[in-house]
Design a protein around this ligand. Structure first.
Ligand code: DGJ
Length: 474
């Protein structure tokens, strides 16, 4: 049975049948030689999928373990049974409730597999409930026990954790994501026994992933930026209900374009590896979302770090893990003004062939990938990776407002841009011929022009049409 696998973090993942893996916001549970991966599978009425693997590379689809058609079984406290409260499936325009971040624990007392998750009504995120389901087998059809607000609290991003003594905990974002709550579960893991801790009130931490290493608990979280990545962080404590450390950055400014989902412990005969599992949500197309598996490093018992690896190799027998970083040399160029990314504008704004504008983040799109070609003296060429065209004013015009297009290089100074780096990696691009700044004109999706230093956005709100951030393509 294969026990060593190769993980490619830069690709969409497929299961053994060649289908894209849909196990987003997932959680893992090891049973025997298998690692079972539960996650969101928003395929019509299907809600949670289960896959399994022995080597982290080859994933066998096992079952859609939860769907809108799952049998409802009431529990000993009041819950809402609906999985399609607005009847969107019957009316033909939706797929019922939204189920996010499912996690599963095995309960030693009852022998049941217990799933907790984030439940929303399928129309908005205002109900903010948790939901529970159980099954006698790990990958069978789970019985749905309904959704509710734990002790009346909002409950969105969430995770489960089983402590060494078998006690179960449910961690979820409450008070409109402002606080992170730790709840101790009942012995059967079916209900909340007690709210035991509120973490970082008002700091809006979400996407919790809790694990224990030695005597320390670690909690990895993200900030709240919707489907967009942000700087991940971790904290540690010697007791779940005791004092937690401050938050420490983990990974790069976008956590390598991912958001935490789980930390998977691979206990080998020679090593114990802790794998960060992140979601690379595609804000333009959820079904194009992929995953990032990266080994966590510990320089001291309480100091954790994570480096980008395009390729991760792991041996689940020995627990040994390796990695390979291949610098693509490619960037996505974030435009602060429209909160979008530089890309050729297919609409040919103002009938300008090759016009460049800004578009919504889409990891699967090659259009958003650029090279910054150093030509010395602090100057760069901004080259589109796919078309190989260079960013320059139309007709090498040095006039303000000249549309910026992609064109072949002819060696004219207007093809060169001085990259003036400001704080936090922000930069402005000044044209070497005109001295004017690269500027996004208009609202979202506006075209690129040159202009003098004049922000067309309200800088008091932090938007600036001349601020750009080249972000490495991971
Ligand atoms: C961020 C959360 O982590 C995701 O699970 C999802 O709820 C998105 N927000 C929705 O915007």
């Amino acid at each position: 049975m294969a026990r060593s696998g190769t993980i490619d973090n830069s690709q969409i993942w497929h299961d053994n049948d060649g289908n894209a893996i849909h196990a987003h916001g997932g959680g893992f549970l090891q049973e025997g030689d298998y690692y079972y991966w539960f996650g969101e599978s928003r395929q019509g009425s299907k809600k949670v999928a289960c896959y399994r693997s022995t080597d982290m590379e080859h994933w066998e689809f096992r079952n859609h373990v939860l769907s809108v058609d799952s049998a409802f079984q009431s529990v000993y406290y009041r819950t809402f049974s609906e999985m399609d409260p607005y009847g969107t499936i019957d009316k033909g325009y939706g797929s019922g409730s939204v189920i996010e971040r499912p996690k599963v624990l095995h309960n030693a007392f009852t022998g049941k597999y217990v799933m907790w998750m984030h439940w929303e009504n399928g129309r908005d995120y205002l109900d903010a409930r948790c939901a529970v389901a159980t099954c006698d087998t790990i990958d069978g059809d789970y019985d749905y026990h309904g959704s509710y607000n734990p002790i009346g609290q909002m409950s969105r991003d969430c995770t489960l954790f089983r402590d060494d003594d078998g006690t179960g905990y449910f961690i979820s974002a409450a008070r409109d994501n402002a606080d992170l709550m730790i709840y101790r579960l009942s012995d059967d893991y079916l209900s909340i026994d007690e709210h035991v801790k509120t973490l970082w009130p008002g700091q809006y931490r979400e996407a919790p992933a809790l694990f224990k290493r030695g005597e320390l608990y670690f909690l990895v979280t993200s900030a709240c930026t919707g489907w967009y990545p942000n700087q991940g962080a971790y904290a540690y404590a010697s007791s779940l209900t005791g004092k937690w450390s401050q938050l420490y950055d983990l990974g790069g400014p976008t956590t390598y374009d991912s958001q935490p989902a789980f930390v998977l412990t691979v206990q080998g005969i020679e090593h114990t590896t802790y794998l960060y599992v992140g979601d690379r949500w595609d804000p333009s197309n959820y079904s194009q979302s992929s995953y990032v598996f990266l080994p966590l490093e510990f320089s001291e018992d309480h100091i954790m770090s994570m480096d980008w690896q395009d390729i991760v190799t792991i041996d689940t027998d020995t627990g040994a893990v390796g990695g390979e970083y291949v610098d693509s040399g490619l960037y996505r160029i974030y435009c602060n003004g429209p909160d979008q990314y530089l890309a050729p504008d297919a609409r040919h704004i103002a009938e300008v062939e090759g016009a460049v504008g800004a578009t919504k983040l889409a990891y699967a799109s090659e259009d958003l990938k650029w090279m910054l070609v150093d030509v010395g003296a602090g100057k760069v060429l901004i080259q589109h990776a796919e078309s190989e065209g260079y960013l320059q004013p139309l007709g090498q015009s040095d006039s303000e407002g000249a549309a910026i297009v992609l064109a072949e290089r002819v060696g004219h100074p207007s093809e060169e841009w001085e990259c003036v780096t400001l704080d936090q990696c922000w930069c402005r691009f000044l044209n070497r011929h005109s001295g004017l700044a690269l500027t996004i004109s208009g609202e979202k999706g506006g075209k690129l022009v040159q202009s003098d230093r004049r922000s067309t956005y309200d800088t008091r709100r932090g938007f600036d049409s001349q601020l750009f951030l080249p972000a490495k393509v991971y």
